[in-house]
Design a protein around this ligand. Structure first.
Ligand code: F6R
Length: 361
């Protein structure tokens, strides 16, 4: 039941410190500071092919950045409805990974079955552990988000990201890319995420202060670089789904290749700007937006420098290790969508035209 919360979505957003903690504990050992051994020998894998739909696809893209950076493991991520029909060329030592909350999404399941028929090793990151995908894949990589009732995915998404980040650390260790000291540092950073997610939940007051403006907009841009790029697309998807405002997530560096033409006083830009190695690049993109009169909301830690430019509003996010930024910054994305939808009076838990589980293509 919803208890003290108005909507299941709000309740599920607030469950994330626990659901992420629980999911991380499946893959990492807090006491020893080590990644647990799991059923896949990452040293024998040459490539990863992730297949998923919707929010799970964005979780997969975040996973990709980690598998390549931490484990030097080439990783492709594709929307399952495209993958299954385009006769993809897959090399034999590819590990196919389906990512799905329900474990029943028709296109993702069909892609997994196809990969298995090609003789590939298969794994499934799923939240429903008795689902078709859990049974179809050779290896089950569970997420522990618990039942998700809200149609718009929140805690299942962060659990998927947590699992993939933890698995990327395990892959880095298995492939000799991460030594024992780095492993301990990364495991510690990941286990700090539940506390920092709880801190991010306290951003609700500052987020509520901007939703009146957002609720008036017809179009909203979300920008980010690195793992914040797929998270920007997830933020845009969440907003579209429950507030029915048109939104697009873009790689900040792509701005001048087209979307900057959309910028005017009525089109807000929301930027995800953790203090990482591309912060300055993102900040300069925001100056370009502000210089064209576009209202900018920059989500960044308090100690991040101020980009020059009138019209840049800031919302402070907890400062965190870059590896866990997708988990921490997911919270303001969800809260923005949630409070904007509440402001507009839409049906948050049952958005129009959407179903929780898409078992037909
Ligand atoms: C978005 C959302 C959908 C699902 C997608 C895949 O909030 O919930 O985009 O992520 O339909 O569903 P699963 O993860 O069950 O395969």
């Amino acid at each position: 039941e919803k208890g003290e919360y108005r909507h299941f979505m709000e309740k599920e957003i607030h469950e994330q410190p626990d659901s992420v903690q629980h999911t991380l504990s499946e893959y990492l050992d807090l006491v020893t500071g080590k990644a647990k051994t799991n059923a896949i020998d990452f040293a024998a894998v040459e490539r990863i092919q992730i297949v998923a739909c919707g929010t799970a696809f964005y979780a997969g893209q975040i996973g990709r950045y980690a598998f390549e950076r931490l484990a030097g493991l080439p990783c492709d991520v594709e929307i399952a409805s495209e993958f299954r029909y385009r006769s993809p060329a897959v090399s034999p030592k590819t590990l196919a990974v389906a990512v799905s909350q329900s474990g029943e999404t028709a296109d993702t399941l069909a892609s997994l079955t196809w990969c298995k028929a090609q003789g590939l090793k298969t794994a499934a990151v799923v939240n429903v552990h008795s689902s078709s995908m859990a049974r179809e894949a050779e290896v089950l990589w569970p997420t522990h988000a618990g039942p998700e009732i809200g149609v718009a995915s929140t805690k299942a998404f962060t659990a998927q990201v947590a699992a993939l980040l933890a698995l990327a650390v395990a892959a880095g260790v298995a492939r000799g890319r991460i030594d024992a000291a780095q492993e301990a540092e990364l495991v510690k950073a990941l286990f700090e995420s539940p506390r920092l997610i709880a801190e991010a939940l306290r951003m609700d007051a500052s987020i509520r202060s901007v939703v009146q403006d957002l609720a008036k907009a017809d179009d909203i841009l979300f920008l980010g670089r690195g793992a914040m790029f797929p998270l920007a697309m997830e933020g845009a998807l969440k907003l579209k789904e429950i507030s029915y405002i048109h939104a697009e997530g873009y790689a900040a560096g792509e701005l001048k290749h087209g979307p900057i033409a959309l910028i005017d006083e009525e089109t807000p830009t929301i930027a995800l700007a953790p203090l990482d190695d591309v912060f300055e690049k993102t900040a300069s993109n925001l100056q370009e937006v502000a210089a064209r009169g576009g209202p900018v909301i920059m989500i960044a830690p308090e100690n991040a420098p101020d980009p020059h430019g009138a019209g840049i509003r800031r919302i402070h996010a907890p400062d965190c290790h870059p590896l866990i930024a997708p988990l921490v910054y997911a919270v303001p994305m969800q809260l923005l969508a949630y409070y904007t939808a509440v402001q507009k009076g839409t049906d948050v838990d049952q958005p129009r035209n959407l179903a929780k589980s898409v078992t037909v293509e």
